[in-house]
Ligand binder design. Sequence first.
Ligand code: FAD
Length: 434
Amino acid sequence: MAEKHFKYIILGGGVAAGYAAREFSKHGLQPGELALISKEAVAPYERPALSKAYLFPEGTARLPGFHTCVGSGGERLLPEWYTEKGIELVLSTEIVKADLFSKSLTSAAGIIFKFDNLIIATGSTVIRLTDFGVKGADAKNIFYLREIDDADKLVEAIKAKKNGKAVVVGGGYIGLELSAALKINNLDVCMVYPEPWCMPRLFTADIAKFYEGYYTNKGIQIIKGTVAVGFGSNDNGEVKEVQLKDGRVLDADIVVVGVGGRPLTTLFKGQVQEEKGGIKTDAFFKTNVPDVYAVGDVATFPMKLYGDIRRVEHVDHARKSAEQAVKAIKASEEGKSIEEYDYLPYFYSRSFDLSWQFYGDNVGDAVVFGDNDPASSSHKFGSYWIKDGKVVGAFLESGTPEENKAIAKVARVQPVAESLDQLSKEGLGFASKI
Ligand code: FAD
């Protein structure tokens, strides 16, 4: 059996992997020291593009346009970059076995990769309706979106089902971004989700009211408070209808399901400490196993700002955690220490001509400010969250870069606010004076 040895291995080829490779290179790498192993066929890229410009009929994003690290304004790492740096880019290679104590990974083809230091960056996988045995959920043209292959299949179906009907199952990030993308492609779109409003884990009812109104005005039908319980298909096995729990039946040529993800930790079960569904790390993304680090979606790490531990499935954290882990590895080699990770949660999304940013923690009481009427032309509104008299979270739709910086600062500084009323009246003015 073929065996290879590397000083450093990054397992995964997503966002965190790309940023980790760049950080290693910044610190100086010897050729052959680092391998990046990914089951995807392409070099690391900015995954958020897949639910946005990748699906647009115009201004379409395609590789190599969005390889990491362009998403944060950095250099685009083309496959040649890895070659130039002497980094072994091992693509289309799935690791099926990991033995952290003997420091070896085994690929599906039986190749053994030995490491001195490992960064686990396996990310998440989608939750499928077939996992719950939903009837007919294995029909053709029912799509999920995680990797570029999934996006390519969806693009083909959008072309094949021109002007057809699409049902989007789920009202989270994927549901909202995909509904918009399908609508822009001229499909007749219906969204279905069980919650009383979209993005309930982050949005308050007042925030959601704007997006639901905006989407409705764009011609997207929204059905709330029920779930898909079955799918009917035609003689070719292609989905034709979505059966809802409340008895309604929706016609569908394409179904996109976005009902959440699950961190890919199975390879390491029983070998590494887990918490909150992820691999437990310290503030340097070090696991309890010597020389093994975990970053991005799979890591459950100390959130210094809030004094608890969390797992974060967002691109900004994937980038920053990867950089922190590499800095920590390099520092420990030099007998130095670095600052603990002190993350300020930052989430964003874009759809149609909308774009929002959120910073901090969405706990306590919330208040909206600005104009959240979906019919008005401004689209400029936001929300603050207050806990124990302090502003701990801030959300802004259609903010300028300076305004987004201001709400980020509020969430970091956590200023005292007299009342929700004051915040509602002062709106962005409150953030700007911090
Ligand atoms: P990933 O980027 O998922 O990378 C994991 C990699 O590991 C993949 O290449 C995978 O193939 C590989 N892998 C896994 N297991 C194995 C194995 N056994 N062997 C070999 N390779 C393996 N976040 C935001 O903040 N804003 C957004 O707008 C946004 N949009 C998104 C849109 C989509 C469609 C998706 C799917 C996610 C979006 N996210 C967004 C979330 C963000 O992309 C993730 O949080 C981020 O990609 C996590 O980075 P990661 O490196 O941990 O995992």
